[in-house]
Design a protein around this ligand. Structure first.
Ligand code: EPS
Length: 390
């Protein structure tokens, strides 16, 4: 229903994305997309490339007279660095970096130089995802759905955020160059990143993405590939270097008995409410109406200044990896990319729920969605014949 596909190499002319399935009638301009592209470029620990690129989008299709038409939307973001690479003879890359796509892709595609996979495996591609997701965010905002993120761990440094409401965590993260809402932890994270940079190494970490204002009823328990938590996990794991995903505090929940984990239900007037959200916003693969909370673990970047052992595939000789300019810690930027993936998944699920080809068609359908409230949940309250007798 909603699909998007990216193209582009890290040092090619541009990265591009086509997104199809969004309704007609959504006001859209580059000004809706560029702020998210800029947020993706911030973050202490980034390499020199981010000083070169100042990402701005060009809308090439799907928008006329300031609004979407329902046609595929084509977006492109130029690679400024391309000008320096164009026509240049680039040294052979024959030493695969442990942890990178280099060796796996060379085996798979039969490459005779690992530049081919480096270019497409690069996280530069995520500029295209963030651009596509900014359009989805504009769509979601029409229905009051907002998405934010914050970093909770970088390397060995952890933040204390449990006492803060989720919206506050997201707001404070915008003021920190490591996207961490805990000011004291932010400082320790910066020091830790600096130490690791001086030690010519790299750092990973953990971030959380929150989608607020999501209505209950997105996703479904009836089939494995319709469960929203499963779809979120796939989307998050598709981000470069993301190796683990939790919905809510899933691993912490696994260490506790059930009575301390499950979010109890209470009555507030006609509404059914929860006082906690340890489920992270889904039950049975369906949104509950609580904030969707997705945590992701990012491994340290695999391009390290301090070399790792590898084998030169041209000579067969064991030796150190060669260094190619890279980031030292990309966790703060990855959180913004995580927001993008959550936006794409939630937008798709909302489109499935509402149907319709224009925003005007969708608005009344959204207003008519069932809520967690007694009048919307009329029970037959009589025995059912579970399986008819033959
Ligand atoms: C990346 C390496 C670096 C990053 C790049 C991802 O680029 P370069 O090799 O040109 O120094 O800066 O990320 C981006 C360009 C970006 O926009 O996020 C890699 O190898 O994945």
């Amino acid at each position: 229903m909603l699909r998007f596909i990216t193209a582009g190499e890290s040092h090619g002319p541009s990265v591009q994305v086509i997104i199809e399935g969004l309704p007609a009638g959504l006001p859209l301009s580059a000004a809706d997309i560029n702020p998210d592209l800029a947020r993706r470029q911030l973050g202490y620990g980034t390499g020199a490339r981010m000083k070169i690129e100042h990402d701005v989008v060009q809308i090439l299709a799907g928008v006329m007279n300031g609004s979407t038409t329902g046609a595929p939307i084509a977006l492109t973001v130029e690679n400024v660095d391309h000008a320096k690479w164009k026509g240049v003879a680039i040294p052979a890359l024959t030493t695969p970096r442990p942890g990178h796509a280099d060796l796996a892709a060379a085996i798979k595609y039969g490459y005779d130089d690992m530049r081919y996979s480096l270019e497409r495996a690069s996280a530069r591609e995520t500029a295209a995802r963030v651009a596509a997701a900014a359009v989805c965010r504009k769509f979601l905002l029409q229905f009051g759905i907002e998405i934010g993120s914050y970093v909770v761990e970088i390397g060995a440094v952890a933040a204390a955020v449990a006492h803060m409401p989720v919206a506050e965590r997201c707001r404070l993260a915008e003021t920190s160059d490591v996207r961490c809402p805990d000011a004291a932890a932010s400082e320790r994270m910066r020091v830790h990143i600096r130490e690791v940079m001086l030690a010519k190494d790299t750092l990973g970490g953990i971030f959380e993405v929150a989608a607020m204002g999501v209505p209950p009823g997105l996703g479904s328990h009836v089939q494995w590939d319709r469960k929203l938590d499963g779809r979120l996990a796939q989307a998050m794991l598709s981000i470069h270097a993301i190796k683990g995903v939790e919905v809510g505090p899933a691993f912490e929940n696994a260490r506790l008995p059930g009575t301390q984990v499950h979010d109890e239900l209470f009555r507030d007037g006609e509404r059914i409410v929860r006082r906690t959200n340890r489920a992270g916003g889904t039950e049975g693969g369906i949104t509950t109406g609580e904030a969707l909370l997705v945590r992701a673990a990012m491994k340290p970047i695999s391009t390290t200044l301090n070399p790792l052992m590898t084998v030169d595939l041209a000579t067969g000789i064991s030796g150190p990896t060669t260094y190619e300019r890279s980031d030292f810690c990309a966790v703060p930027r990855a959180a913004v990319i995580g927001e993008a993936m959550v936006a794409l998944v939630v937008a798709e699920a909302l489109l499935e729920k509402l149907g319709g080809d224009s925003l005007a068609e969708m608005r009344p359908r959204f207003a008519a969605l069932r809520a967690a409230a007694l009048p919307d949940l009329a029970m037959a309250n009589s025995p059912i014949t579970f399986w008819p007798a033959d």
